[in-house]
Design a protein around this ligand. Sequence first.
Ligand SMILES: Cc1cc2nc3c(=O)[nH]c(=O)nc-3n(C[C@H](O)[C@H](O)[C@H](O)COP(=O)(O)OP(=O)(O)OC[C@H]3O[C@@H](n4cnc5c(N)ncnc54)[C@H](O)[C@@H]3O)c2cc1C
Ligand SMILES: *[C@@H]1O[C@H](CO)[C@@H](O)[C@H](O)[C@H]1NC(C)=O
Ligand SMILES: *[C@@H]1O[C@H](CO)[C@@H](O)[C@H](O)[C@H]1NC(C)=O
Length: 372
Amino acid sequence: MPDSHLDVFVVGAGVIGLSTAIRALEAGFDVTIFAEWFPGDEKNIAAASCWAGADHVSGIAASDDLMYTLEKETFDELMKLLKKDPLIPVMVRPHMRYTQAVRPDDKLKNEHLSRFYSDFRLLNASELPETVVCGAMFSTLCIDVPRYLPYLMNRFVASGGRAFRTKLPSISALFSEKDRPPLTAFPATTSTTPPTFSPVPVINCTGLGALSLGDVLDTAMYPTRGEILIIRAPWANRDCTFHWEDGHTSYMIPRQSGDVVLGGTFQPDDWHSHSRPETVQLIKQRCIQAFPELLPSGTNDLEVIEECVGFRPTRKGGVRLEIGSLAGVKIIPVVHNYGHGGAGYQSSWGSANLAVELLKSVVQASNVPTTM
Ligand SMILES: Cc1cc2nc3c(=O)[nH]c(=O)nc-3n(C[C@H](O)[C@H](O)[C@H](O)COP(=O)(O)OP(=O)(O)OC[C@H]3O[C@@H](n4cnc5c(N)ncnc54)[C@H](O)[C@@H]3O)c2cc1C
Ligand SMILES: *[C@@H]1O[C@H](CO)[C@@H](O)[C@H](O)[C@H]1NC(C)=O
Ligand SMILES: *[C@@H]1O[C@H](CO)[C@@H](O)[C@H](O)[C@H]1NC(C)=O
């Protein structure tokens, strides 16, 4: 499946679009990606993927079966990739979770985490930092985002995928000679045979593009603002979260490069795209207190290399992974794969698997005209 080659378009080149496009290629489809932002471009506020940490720490939201499956498949897939190629930009690290005040859902959270991560255990009193009342640890994965996205892009191109840069006013504009904006092959060195724009299925991986695409407005989409710092600390060797008594959460995510991501904020519907000086100070001070190993020896300040803000593409009701169609163009099926919020990396491969399953079922059911 499919025996003759079928075209499919993927809109979006964040972690979701790229993982999905790779899976569709592997399933035998001819895949073309269309996106405004690509790996290797400067970071862009409209592409969540360039701002993420990113680690794999399943949230309580994943006690819902769909998210659980997506995150589990992703964990297993990343472990498999790492086994095959130890040099991929993903590391296994101990995750430590510290809590300053026991909260009502802590018990549920720990139950969830212990179901998810096989070596989960509670920390005993002698292992807890001062002021921490409870803690847990397990092994997890840390993804070096600035290296991982190009890794996905290269894998896609090496497997025969095509990609074009374009900013779409709507997905349906792709199929209209008159409305289609100019397309530029990406990377610029690849063959530029333009695709045939007869009706082919589209996989919609546009994240918060929700707000710029004119087809159908998904009013369930909103940003969850995340402010972070990137510091240099190649000696940092663990992945941690620290839940403060006042509700603030600090976290550190080490990268293969030796950089460490420090967070953070989770601010629903906050569109401020630049860092706020008071938040930078808060993240710094709290992370130094929570994770004292981050200070370079003999100093009392962090080596900050970047202050960043990103918008997690969040959706009321959770991720949208389902079949639809282009408004008014029923013969063009759409598989939606967006709205991963703060969990896009840790659910990327599972989401890609499911999106391609939906794509296959759509192709079987609708007998989409092939371009052969
Ligand atoms: C600070 C921060 C920390 C995070 N940490 C983690 C973490 O530790 N673990 C984790 O799993 N997740 C984390 N996330 C969440 C993760 O980054 C997102 O869930 C994920 O990146 C979403 O990917 P995406 O591909 O759906 O969207 P995006 O990366 O936003 O990609 C959207 C793509 O669609 C394209 N596009 C959109 N509209 C159009 C248009 N009109 N025309 C053409 N192209 C268009 C864009 O150009 C882009 O290529 C974090 C996010 C932030 C902000
Ligand atoms: C706490 O856990 C550590 C690591 O497993 C162990 O070495 C130590 O003996 C434990 N201490 C107590 C008091 O149980
Ligand atoms: C594609 O996804 C966006 C979310 O980024 C959504 O707003 C839009 O409605 C979807 N497009 C179509 C054609 O349904």
